[in-house]
Design a binder for this molecule. Structure first.
Ligand code: DAT
Ligand code: MG
Length: 137
């Protein structure tokens, strides 16, 4: 398949800091196409579902509190190897280890407040897109 979809979030820290434009500019410049976009504040229920794989981790409560703390921008992007392409743009989870030139490497300093989320596999992309945009074909 030539086209793949990924769920991208500009997290509440990115929205609050006015970084939406720069994140969207980078993924559009890369060639990823916007399929859906919505600014919304997550409920605790949706946040716990989205981050379900981390439920047993010590930072789970803090992560849910953070991701529900204000509006985020949810995007579906599409393109060849979109999942891997966006993860490369985002950089490593820990922004201090993320390479300069990546979104996290350029804009963030703390692991929880790392600006963006991107799906990490076709399975998680399908699950996350269905959670955020149930109407999307
Ligand atoms: P990624 O967002 O790169 O896919 P992940 O799925 O391992 O990373 O973790 C999800 C989010 O949880 C991550 O973006 C930030 C937060 N997180 C991960 N590890 C953490 C840690 N050790 N302490 C605090 N927050 C953490
Ligand atoms: Mg992840």
């Amino acid at each position: 398949p030539t086209a793949e979809r990924s769920l991208v979030l500009v997290k509440p820290d990115g929205v609050a800091r006015g970084l939406v434009g720069q994140v969207v500019a980078r993924l559009e410049a890369k060639g990823l196409r916007l399929v859906a976009a919505e600014l919304r504040t997550l409920t605790v229920e949706v946040a716990e579902e989205h981050y379900g794989e981390h439920r047993e981790r010590p930072f789970f409560g803090s992560l849910v509190e953070f991701i529900t703390s204000g509006p985020l921008l949810a995007l579906v992007v599409e393109g060849p190897r979109a999942i891997e392409a966006f993860r490369a743009l985002a950089g490593a989870t820990d922004p201090v280890k993320a390479a300069p030139g990546t979104i996290r490497g350029d804009f963030a300093l703390e692991v929880q407040n790392n600006i963006v989320h991107g799906s990490d596999s076709p399975e998680s992309a399908a699950r996350e897109i269905a959670l955020f945009f149930p109407g999307l074909g």
